[in-house]
Design a binder for this molecule. Sequence first.
Ligand code: GUN
Length: 284
Amino acid sequence: MNRLIDGKVISAAVKERVRNGVSELNAKGITVGLAVIIVGEDPASKVYVANKKKACEALGIISEEYALPENTTQEELLNLIKELNAKKSINGILCQLPLPRHLDEKLIINSILPEKDVDAFHPVNVGKIMIGDYDFVPCTPAGVMEMLKYENIDVEGKTCVVIGRSNIVGKPMGMLLLHKNGTVTICHSRTKNLKEICSSADILVAAVGKANFVTADMVKDGAVVIDVGMNRVDGKLCGDVDFPSVSKKASAITPVPGGVGPMTIAMLMQNTLTAAKRQNNING
Ligand code: GUN
């Protein structure tokens, strides 16, 4: 391995940039606010939401947390979102997923104003990503692109393989690499010859959700390997990539933990700042 791509260092750089951006807005008398909604008691979601709140506080972003009980009705949640859509001091709205089963996730996401949809999950924002004209990008793929940029890894003309086709990671990840002129293949559970396709990648992004799924025989010598996985094995966090074997072949690789994970929150902070700028007609 030549290089370990350190998400802690790169996310700190992004957060510093956001902190400065927030200060500049504050100097103009503009505040930046993020509302985070959580429904129910999912322990992992609670940790994510607490981390988002902490990041806001560190960067001067005002965070409002709405912790709703498990039995919240669809109407109650829609009413809250309606209120937050109209609230001037709130620039971004995030509804932590997954929602309890009795709530219609699609309907809830679609009810968030696209201008305040800092997750970039609303179909308007998804469509904008498709045509390459976007303000918000889902935080995880945005974080991956930021890592490649920071490490001066040029995507143009490269063979890029993304494993996983989720709406949150795989699909937007493919689009972002394509916008940077990568030649992109998105693989999934029905892909034939997965090993051969992965072995052709100059840049390999693993977003499968299966611990140690990517092994050394699936990786080309000198490839850049980005591990989006967040799996728990015996209580221990591990990625989708078998790090000990793959790191010997890769020219650069992200670890888990300390890789893509810290980038996700940093990019959420960036999207929130962008939302505040747009809502106040400030460019940049
Ligand atoms: N649950 C897991 N990841 C995410 C995310 O990025 N955004 C939201 N809203 N919920 C999530």
